[in-house]
Design a protein around this ligand. Sequence first.
Ligand code: ATP
Ligand code: MG
Length: 300
Amino acid sequence: MKKDLIKKARAFADPYKITNGKKFRLRDYDPADTLHLVSEDKPRAKEGLQMGVDALAELQDVLYAQDKWSVLLIFQAMDAAGKDGAIKHVMSGVNPQGCQVYSFKAPTSDDLDHDYLWRCMKCLPERGRIGIFNRSYYEETLVVRVHPEYLQKQKLPQELITKNIWKQRYEDIAAFERYLHRNGVLVLKFFLHVSEEEQKKRFLERIDNKNKNWKLSSADAKERAYWKDYMKAYEETIQNTATKESPWYVVPADNKWFTRLVVAGAVIDALDSLNLEYPKVSAQQKADLAAVKQALVSSS
Ligand code: ATP
Ligand code: MG
């Protein structure tokens, strides 16, 4: 893998990477940020993304061959922030056999009959694979925090619902991710950070373009009334669950082309840090392969 490509990838991801949440403040992150790039750079950014996509495909091939680490990419965002598009574009070069995407919607009655990690645990990536969660157990400290009535539906013993419940959830999630890391699952978390104004613009587009109508429900628009509560919930969640092993990336999401560069950069950087390599072939295996070759060549 080319060193300068990895360096570039890291330069896009680093400014948005949170490895220690203590000092994290959401207001320090601008949803419209594009680093030094301006909209005239868009065509070059697209080329850069393509190079990133190719690099990712190469890294994923080694991840799969090595069959030790797996990677879990978690995407969280307000509606219309571009989760689907980011997943589609960044993963476009990756072999579908090595990649699994799961979307987590409102829990089913079967889900509610279990602890909240249950449905996500069933979908964890196998070794050598990249798993993508489009929403995740983080909804438990986001939408559920903003709408406490959802908590009441979770069939928890009432005495366990105390004022400490959110702190406890942060602890449990952080512990779960530490456990995953200790078992060879690299967890990266992305918050696609869109502004309230840009979301409004995208909602209006969804209404005006009839091919996009299906993407918008009246409930989505109603959620805008809780914007501040959501931002507070995101801030606190990131403060409490960003770690060196499982960082959060607060990705500017007002410009989709830039969002994709940052996400691709982060995934490339993280995969590179695993120092992946193809399995070594032993002297015995080499001798066996040579014998097979000999037999094939001399056969009719
Ligand atoms: P799109 O971006 O295409 O709209 P989406 O991820 O928003 O996709 P939807 O079906 O629109 O998918 O919404 C899923 C809804 O499920 C979200 O509003 C989300 O907050 C909600 N949800 C997910 N997990 C939970 C949970 N544990 N408890 C309550 N609601 C949840
Ligand atoms: Mg939605």
